[in-house]
Ligand binder design. Structure first.
Ligand code: NMX
Ligand code: MLT
Length: 433
């Protein structure tokens, strides 16, 4: 497999680089931890490492050193379209360099050969209670495939530690290859009377998802690939990435680890914010029978805050400016459907809500994050069932978290085990200062 060869070729150098750093500079301090940080969700505590992406508080995400506009320009794209092949993005995340068109297509081909979803996965999904959340279905589908893990099998057969990453890569490729069909199944089963649309082997991974969703507009294929690129990775400290890393660090396989990561994504302060956000936008829209005036929106935002709720899609634990993932989606909407009512409303919220949050003075980041607009774009193409949106986030996020845990294994990262103290111990430490 091309990806395996490309990672293999870099491993001796990477292993030596890390070995040398830890051996020669292992005692160098990179930060200190305060009591406020221990009780404050470990904000800004530098305790993780990844080379796959980095989030600067002002500039936002870079994937392997590239900004989003750079990636949209440089990654290979299907002819005549504006969003790159997801196979090319995965090559970048894993290998670290921009692939050629052939290299991107090689990943896409590899996924096609592994894309058959076993029938038992659908049987399990069909057997779940009718009112189960789509993300629960998605996480269950991933978890139930654990029985197929090559890593689990090879580990028990005694595979050597420095080869752990190889079955992890195989498992990740098998899992990712199946995700578009699993996600589209959940959508069609739950909202379209179970009328399924068969996969089209001629299509790339992202376009095939759009096709199986049943959205007729060809532009939705571009939007799907754009969406999968933007949501894939956001360095290592976010809940879904950290959960996946933590679970995988015990040598659980990718099926266990990714399912756990998705469960973290399902929280309203993390990935579920995209569902919450569309719900909030529709709440405004319905209350005012259409796009409200700025004054009405201002009042609605204050009502939300005064009732003790957060405004979904705004704020971030790391970012301190508009999320570039928001900007990329905003630009897409502006280009293709600036007159769409829900999009216009989301754009008006961008104009009004930051000043409301600033006025309130609590949120450290009053600007929109990735979730503030993604739902408005889906809504435009007829994907209006907003409790499905976090499934799409999950499909994308597995690209990033799997790339991370493959490299964790390749570089021999140990089981994660941070140290906890008691409150009395912290009080005693504080009393000495
Ligand atoms: N609306 C209202 N209040 C907010 C918001 C917001 N959008 N963002 C932060 N605050 C409040 C926050 O609840 C906290 O209040 P309190 O002191 O009463 O507990 C105060 O401002 C300080 O919080 P911050 O330090 O600015 O934010 P923190 O790093 O703790 O949390 C988020 C980050 C993203 C969880 C938070 O901004 C939030 O709840 N945003 C809304 C939900 C959301 O959009 N989540 C998606 C994040 C992106 N993703 O996909 O994961
Ligand atoms: C993410 O994409 O994971 C979110 O923006 C949350 C984060 O980075 O903390």
């Amino acid at each position: 497999m091309l990806l395996k060869e490309r990672i293999q070729a870099q491993l001796p150098e990477w292993r030596e680089r890390v070995r040398k750093l830890v051996k020669e500079k292992g005692d160098v301090k990179v930060g200190e931890v305060t009591i406020g940080q221990i009780y404050g969700g470990m904000r800004d505590v530098r305790g993780l490492v990844t080379d796959i992406s980095y989030v600067d508080p002002v500039e936002g995400i870079r994937f392997r050193g590239y900004t989003i506009p750079e990636l949209l320009e440089k990654l290979p794209k299907p002819e005549g379209s504006e969003a790159p092949y997801v196979g090319g993005l995965y090559y970048l995340l894993l290998v670290g360099s921009i692939p050629t068109l052939d290299e991107a297509l090689a990943v896409e081909e590899e996924w096609k050969t592994r894309s058959k979803v076993p029938a038992y996965v659908f049987d399990v999904l069909r057997a779940l209670p009718e009112d189960v959340h789509p993300v629960t279905m998605f996480s269950t589908a991933i978890l139930v495939m654990q029985r197929e893990s090559l890593f689990a099998r090879e580990y028990h057969a005694g595979i050597k530690k420095d080869a752990y990453w190889e079955p992890m890569l195989e498992d990740s490729m098998n899992l990712i290859a199946r995700l578009p069909e699993i996600a589209a199944f959940i959508y069609r089963f739950k909202y379209k009377g179970g009328e399924l649309i068969p996969s089209d082997p001629k299509l790339d991974w992202g376009s095939n998802f759009a096709h199986m969703m049943g959205v007729a507009d060809a532009k939705y294929r571009d939007l799907s690939r754009l969406y999968f690129l933007l949501h894939s990775d956001h360095e290592s400290g976010n809940v879904s990435a950290h959960t996946t890393h933590l679970v995988a660090s015990s040598l659980s396989d990718i099926f266990y680890a990714a399912s756990a990561g998705i469960d973290g994504l399902a929280g309203p302060l993390h990935g579920l914010a995209n569902q919450e956000c569309l719900g909030w936008l529709l709440g405004v829209y319905n209350k005012y029978n259409g796009v409200p005036s700025r004054e009405e929106l201002h009042r609605y935002a204050w009502d939300t805050l005064n009732s003790g709720q957060v405004i979904p899609g705004y704020g971030h634990a790391v970012l301190r400016k508009t999320d570039p993932r928001f900007t990329a989606q905003y630009d897409f909407g502006m280009k293709h459907f600036p007159q769409d009512d829900v999009f216009k409303l989301a754009a008006m919220v961008y104009d009004v809500v930051p000043s409301v949050l600033l006025e309130q003075g609590k949120a450290k980041d009053p600007w929109p994050n990735v979730d503030a607009i993604s739902g408005a774009l889906q809504y435009h193409y007829g994907v209006t069932e907003f409790d499905f949106y976090t499934v799409m986030f999950g499909v994308s996020r597995i690209l990033g978290v799997s790339a991370n845990v493959i490299w964790d294994r390749a570089l021999g990262q140990p089981i994660e085990r941070a140290k906890s103290l008691t409150t009395a111990m912290l009080e005693a430490i504080a009393a000495k200062v």
